[in-house]
Design a protein around this ligand. Structure first.
Ligand code: DGJ
Length: 371
């Protein structure tokens, strides 16, 4: 009896020491601990669902000032219930300082997303890459590949999209001389008549700019890269090659001059939906949404999908992914980042249920909720 008591007591102490939290609800904005008791470190992330498990990939942030540059890489977590996450380690590591590689420690590596290619059996990661020390001028798309969901991912390349291709909805002005030739802009320095500069034409030969991004795989397994282009003024949706490793050359440009970042897409009952933010750096702003019957347009804007208090600031967050819940048809989760640039590792996750009202989707604040 005494032995049994001792065993029970040891087990209790063991469990307590593990500092394990078992979640049964979402509490947006609170610390969210993984299986090791550490706040989840996967910012600007997205989810891959395969074989009964969700895999969350995101930017691994570090403490303090240099927190918004990539010092470590892309972090991966897995979960079967979306509440409790197991640390699967670093899926894509940055290369050591001084290596001169595109993904050298200190580069900017943002918004990583992973999709699975059924034809090749490969896991393919895309991310926004800015080579070290060059600010946000590079506007490149990075690609990495792995045989396993959790990695390690092998870095393949970083490219500017659709070099030498015009979009399917090209206008005559894009084929003429670009008034933006040889010029680069910071967001604030772009004139209001940005369209007349013909930034698309400026980047035709060298490839289009690609910053904030997402991936979307359609029912027929065609994959698309969605990214802020043309100095962030216009969103592009580009079809990838069947192996998901490159651009096919087919793309469209949408919402010209609307300066949208943080795109996230989902499909429901044959319609495509987009959520985006405005363009205000790390500060939250009012989100936008849009709907289309064809992914290559026409897209119709539906306004701010957020409703209720703090809707004008997207509940102090910025979209990163719209996650379909498996086995619950039409049920989606809004995944957003509440950025803390002064200490990036402390960034919080705002996950909220997506609801439908007529032709639009809406998101409302809930401090605690369950699926
Ligand atoms: C907002 C973007 O959405 C982020 O991914 C990041 O690029 C910051 N801007 C940088 O200011």
């Amino acid at each position: 009896m005494k032995n049994l008591l001792l065993i029970a007591l040891s087990f209790f102490i063991f469990c307590a020491c593990q500092n394990k939290v078992r979640y049964e609800s979402f509490t947006p904005g609170e610390l969210w601990l993984d299986n090791n008791g550490m706040h989840i470190n996967a910012h600007g992330g997205g989810i891959l669902y395969i074989d009964g498990l969700y895999y969350w990939f995101g930017e691994h942030k570090t403490e303090g000032e240099a927190g918004n540059v990539a010092n470590v890489g892309v972090h991966c977590y897995s979960s079967s219930d979306l509440y409790n996450w197991t640390d699967e380690g670093i899926a894509l590591s940055v290369d050591p300082e001084g290596s001169g590689s595109d993904i050298e420690k200190g580069c900017i590596l943002e918004r990583p997303k992973v999709i699975y290619n059924k034809q090749t059996g490969k896991y393919v990661m895309w991310f926004h890459l800015e080579p070290k020390g060059k600010g946000y001028k590079g506007a490149l798309s990075g690609v990495a590949v792995s045989d396993q969901a959790t990695g390690p991912y092998r870095y393949l390349k970083a490219v500017r999209p659709n070099k030498g291709f015009y979009p399917s909805n090209v206008q005559e002005i894009h084929k003429g001389v670009s008034k933006a030739e040889g010029q680069s802009f910071s967001g604030a320095s772009l004139p209001e008549h940005v369209d007349s500069l013909n930034i698309l034409g400026r980047d035709f030969a060298g490839g289009q700019m690609a910053r904030d991004m997402n991936l979307f795989v359609d029912d027929d397994q065609t994959a698309y890269h969605i990214y802020s282009s043309e100095e962030n003024s216009t969103l592009h949706i580009a079809k990838l090659t069947p192996d998901y490793l490159d651009y096919s050359g087919e793309y469209g440009r949408f919402f010209p001059n609307r300066f949208m970042e943080a795109p996230a897409m989902f499909k429901k009952e044959g319609k495509y939906y987009l959520m985006m933010s405005g363009c205000t750096g790390w500060s939250p702003n009012e989100a936008r949404s849009a709907v289309a019957s064809d992914i290559m347009g026409e897209w119709k804007e539906l306004g701010n999908p957020c409703i209720g208090p703090d809707a004008d600031k997207t509940f102090y967050s910025q979209s990163t992914y719209l996650l379909p819940v498996q086995g619950q048809s039409g049920r989606l989760i809004y995944m957003g980042d509440r950025w803390t640039p002064e200490n990036a590792i402390d960034g919080r996750y705002i996950w909220l249920p997506v609801k439908f009202e007529g032709e639009r989707f809406v998101i409302e604040w809930e401090s605690e909720w369950r699926l």
